[in-house]
Design a binder for this molecule. Structure first.
Ligand SMILES: [Zn+2]
Ligand SMILES: [Zn+2]
Length: 295
């Protein structure tokens, strides 16, 4: 399913089966979970996508010619030599490539991926169970870790990522307060907040709720403008920051963390040729759980 230009539906098309260059794997796609970021790419809210493009960055599949299942995440490649890469912050690499954005992704029967950025997945998860872990789980977990040892954490938005993280947070003994459209402006003291929904005004709502020294973490890649707010909301060493992309180390820490915890995900399946319906359902908020694209 190919994106030819932003703000247009994906087109079903036969394309050449991808060929692996040195260090890459060819993967027969089992499934690819849909992420909110896919919508931002399709809707033209992220600059300079590769075009034409195969979107999708939560890929699970079998390496062609091997008996090995891998997960392909958002981070497709980094330069390895810049200051960010050399200081454990490859998530910030200026030359990084991202799966399903600046590098072809998984809404397809086959994908290629740099072997160094693929993850081996826990064996006791089916491919469909594992796919949402690759971004919703993994990048969400990076945002969660930024909250440090906050005891009471507010989640603004309750999609795939929040549904996975709440299981980890509760297992860690944290209290989680969920804010959705209905209660987004409610007053509720928080030690930290994670903003999953792409709505800038939620940053201000969250800032009103976090205690002194608390952090508001923006977990999404795109957000509407943050409205201006009185400085006193930030005073008291409150912090606003984003959590961007992932490092391979994040993946290692995440999969290690869930070894002792069975993450349950709610999913709705769509055959590959109906990927546009999956995107529309996510856009309109009608989707039950995470949409899974299956070739
Ligand atoms: Zn770099
Ligand atoms: Zn994602």
């Amino acid at each position: 399913m190919v994106l030819d230009k932003a703000r247009a539906p994906l087109t079903q098309r036969e394309v050449e089966k991808p060929v692996a260059r040195e260090g890459q794997l060819v993967i027969r796609v089992d499934c690819c979970a849909v992420c909110r970021t896919d919508l931002h790419v399709v809707d033209g809210e992220l600059p300079d996508p590769k075009l034409p493009l195969i979107i999708g960055h939560q890929i699970v599949g079998i390496v062609v010619g091997e008996d090995r299942r891998v997960g392909v995440p958002w981070l497709a490649w980094t330069c390895g030599v810049c200051n960010y890469c050399r200081s454990g912050r490859e998530n910030l690499c200026d030359r990084a490539l991202f799966t399903g954005y600046t590098f072809d992704g998984g809404y397809a029967e086959y994908a290629v991926a740099d072997a160094r950025y693929c993850f081996d997945l826990p064996r006791d998860y089916t491919s469909e169970e594992a796919a949402p872990l690759l971004c919703a789980g993994l990048i969400g977990f990076r945002a969660y870790r930024v909250c440090g040892n906050a005891r009471r954490i507010g989640f603004y938005g309750f999609g795939s990522s929040a549904r996975i993280l709440i299981q980890i947070a509760r297992d860690d003994g944290r209290e989680v307060v969920i804010f959705t459209r209905e209660n987004a402006a409610e007053a509720h003291p928080l030690d930290a907040a994670i903003i999953f929904a792409p709505a800038g005004e939620l940053v201000v709502n969250a800032l009103r709720n976090v205690v002194k020294g608390g952090v508001v973490v923006c977990a999404g890649i795109h957000m509407s403008d943050i409205p201006s707010f009185p400085y006193e909301l930030l005073w008291g060493e409150r912090i606003i920051r984003s959590a961007a992309n992932l490092t391979r180390e994040d993946g290692r820490i995440f999969f290690e963390r869930i070894q002792s915890l069975r993450i349950e995900t709610q999913r709705t399946n769509f055959p590959l040729e109906r990927a546009n319906e999956a995107l529309d359902a996510l856009r309109s908020g009608e989707i039950q759980g995470t949409a899974i694209i299956t070739p």
